[in-house]
Design a protein around this ligand. Structure first.
Ligand SMILES: Cc1ncc(COP(=O)(O)O)c(C=O)c1O
Length: 465
């Protein structure tokens, strides 16, 4: 039944997303659908429940399953910033520390750092898993869990990757302190100081900091807010510059939230493979799709792709559990991880194993994907309502951040400083660029519990604009 319900759910999700069913349409009744397709009633109900979890359907008492209203997004998407592509050292990251400090200050309204509020995280289940791990493995948790990390966690991760169409043996995974460490290890494994790394523009500022700390140069490739890194631009860049690695977040990139289509993924992998350039995939948001099945991985197309990820956006950033599947760089990465900090803390690794094993991770995902989708819709609608006309807004397909292009001659650095003085944290556009582009842009995190305090913060931001 597993496969049948998923096939039906995927088919209906595609139909809804393509406009085959409109907001408010009623889906055929369970009995009718079952008869029509020669499926059991239980299979149809499970498929409909899955669509409900994905935020596409809602049940109306006694009258059936209806397509949920899509956000009333009237704003245009932000533009793609195209400039001359030239490798350059990373500059201007000093603002980020202020942002990070603000993220731990309860007096500040958190719209800056992409850190989910505790209400989005399964804190009770985590507490139980930590307690169980501490009791069950008292001696083991007092010791190092040397690189490559807890075998049972690697086994579970390997199974999840297989479900996403990606065969990675547990021996080919290394557990890390979050995705940030995985990215650091990946770039250290394949580059030397002075090398050029191709990245999406805009991109996650943590990646820029890793590039800066390793003495590398960033080559910013224009990125489409809908389909991800421009492959035409990348091709041109590869023909001009001695690129030594390429880092991408194909599934719900940060800050754009876009999903690279499968055909682009195939082309990207082939393009880099043909030139023997290491491809590093950051999949930290891959489990957080709003309405599709889990998107495919570049790693599933070529085992030599280096995959980096973590549970920081799904379970908890505080546990600091991430992983890397380094392909042919396994031995090097395993050794570098050991040299860097010997091991990742033992208890969180075993607690995450427990959450994967007892099904809590999967159950939590089913809930939180809908919660994030709703949070993004609400924030988008509020921005449309309060911000000046002409504000352009991304439409993420997963994750929990939105990327805004502000109208007029706005300096988002100055805006962020003034907002912080009023107790509101936002992430100004230039920190998402190696060369401080995106002065007129800003990112908002939507993973906050909606309240009048958040609404007032948006009104204040609009006032500052
Ligand atoms: C795209 C991306 N990669 C990596 C990270 C870092 O993740 P972690 O907290 O697991 O180190 C983040 C965190 O914001 C991110 O957005």
């Amino acid at each position: 039944m597993d496969i049948l319900y998923r096939k039906l759910a995927d088919e209906l999700a595609s139909l809804i997303n393509a406009g085959g069913f409109q907001s408010g349409d009623r889906l055929p009744g369970v009995r009718n659908q079952a008869q029509l397709r020669g499926l059991s009633i239980a299979t149809v109900i499970t498929a409909y429940r899955q669509l409900e979890d994905w935020g596409l359907l809602e049940v109306r008492n006694r009258s059936g399953f209806y397509v949920k209203a899509k956000p009333a997004v009237a704003a245009a998407p932000p533009r793609i910033v195209v400039t001359t592509m030239r490798p350059a050292p990373v500059t201007g990251q000093d603002m980020v520390l202020q942002l990070i400090k603000a993220a731990n200050d309860p007096a500040v309204v958190q719209l800056g750092a992409a850190v989910p509020a505790a209400e989005f995280l399964p804190t009770r289940a985590i507490e139980q898993a930590l307690t169980k791990a501490a009791r069950q493995y008292r001696v083991r948790t007092a010791n190092y869990e040397f690189s490559p990390g807890a075998p049972e966690l690697r086994r579970h991760l390997s199974r999840r990757l297989a479900d996403a169409g990606c065969a990675v043996h547990p021996d080919n995974l290394v557990i890390t302190n979050g995705c940030q460490e995985a990215l650091t290890l990946a770039l250290r494994a394949v580059t030397s100081p002075g090398d050029v790394v191709a990245i999406e523009s805009p991109t996650f500022y943590g990646l820029l900091q890793v590039i800066e700390s390793l003495g590398l140069e960033a080559l910013e490739i224009p990125t489409n807010p809908h389909s991800g890194m421009s492959l035409e631009a990348l091709e041109l860049a590869l023909s001009r510059w001695p690129v030594k690695a390429c880092v991408v977040t194909p599934n719900f990139s940060n800050p754009l939230g876009c999903l690279m289509p499968d055909a682009h993924k195939q082309k990207l992998v082939a393009m880099l493979k043909a030139r023997d350039i290491p491809l590093i995939e950051d999949d930290i948001y891959g489990d957080l799709s709003f309405s599709h099945a889990r998107p495919s991985l570049l790693k599933g197309l070529d085992d030599n792709v280096i995959l980096c990820s973590s549970i920081s956006k799904t379970l908890s950033p505080g546990l600091r559990v991430g992983w890397i599947a380094p392909g042919r760089y396994q031995d090097k990465v395993e050794y570098m991880k050991y040299v860097l900090n010997l091991a990742t803390t033992t208890i969180p690794q075993l607690a995450v194993t427990e959450l994967l094993e007892n099904g809590q991770y999967e159950r939590h995902l089913r809930r939180v994907r809908g919660d994030y989708a709703q949070a993004v819709t609400r924030m988008t609608e509020a921005v449309i309502h309060y911000f000046p006309e002409g504000t352009k807004i991304s439409r993420p397909e997963g994750g929990f951040v939105i990327w805004l292009e502000l109208p007029g001659d706005v300096d988002s650095f100055a805006l962020a400083r003034k907002a912080l003085a009023q107790g509101i944290s936002i992430a100004p556009g230039p920190i998402f660029s190696a060369s401080q582009k995106y002065r007129q842009f800003t990112r908002l995190s939507c993973a906050c519990v909606w309240s009048s305090r958040i609404e007032r913060a948006l009104v204040s931001l609009a006032g500052l604009l």
